[in-house]
Design a protein around this ligand. Structure first.
Ligand code: FAD
Length: 159
């Protein structure tokens, strides 16, 4: 992590026997009359990259395919923070559905956010860093002045 997709890491599980396919989108789970899965319907997709816009995946025409299948495992990765809290509390979100914050403060008083929820799918080191920075933001909010170590101040332990 995070380089395995870039170098196409192959593990012993892959070597035991599997086909890997990319840029396909599942359109439908096909079932028999008892509701048991029998196949997947997919289409191929490609990246549409336009200057100044987020890259989006678009479907390629006439690429529909049926794959026989009796077990589908969903491994969707990070699909954004869960929405219940933001909806119940009225917290504003970024366009990409991450929690919106200014100096780790959300738009709702007393509610702060950090880590994957704020910056999106990331790494442990960022979660730790954001946790510390958010703690500093909370402390400053509560007491105006904080003695907690700040990034770049040189007073972090071990710095
Ligand atoms: C499969 C996988 C592999 C990864 N591998 C690596 C790796 O090798 N190296 C690396 O650096 N990073 C890796 N990451 C990323 C890393 O795990 C995250 O960036 C990091 O854990 C984010 O920390 P966080 O504190 O922001 O969120 P989380 O660790 O997700 O913590 C959020 C916590 O909030 C809890 N929670 C959610 N909703 C509620 C609620 N309503 N009430 C109370 N609690 C709630 C959750 O149960 C969870 O414990 C990986 C992530 C995944 C999913």
């Amino acid at each position: 992590m995070p380089y395995w997709p870039i170098i196409l890491k192959t593990t012993s599980s892959h070597e035991e026997g599997c086909d890997r396919n990319w840029l396909i989108n599942t359109k439908e789970f096909i079932t028999d009359s008892n509701g048991n899965l029998t196949a997947l319907k997919t289409v191929e997709v490609e990246w549409e990259i336009a200057p100044g816009k987020r890259p989006t995946l678009v479907e390629k025409e006439n690429t529909e395919k049926i794959w026989a299948c009796d077990l589908a495992l969903l491994a969707l990765g990070f699909t954004g923070p869960e929405k219940t809290l933001s909806e119940q509390l009225g917290i504003n979100l970024e366009e990409n559905s991450n929690y919106k914050a200014n100096n780790y403060k959300t738009n709702i008083p007393h509610i702060f956010t950090a880590g994957d929820m704020r910056r999106g799918q990331s790494l442990i080191v960022w979660a730790i860093s954001e946790g510390r920075e958010a703690a500093l933001s909370v402390d400053t909010y509560l007491s105006t002045n904080s003695y907690l170590p700040a990034k770049g101040s040189g007073n972090l332990p071990g710095a």
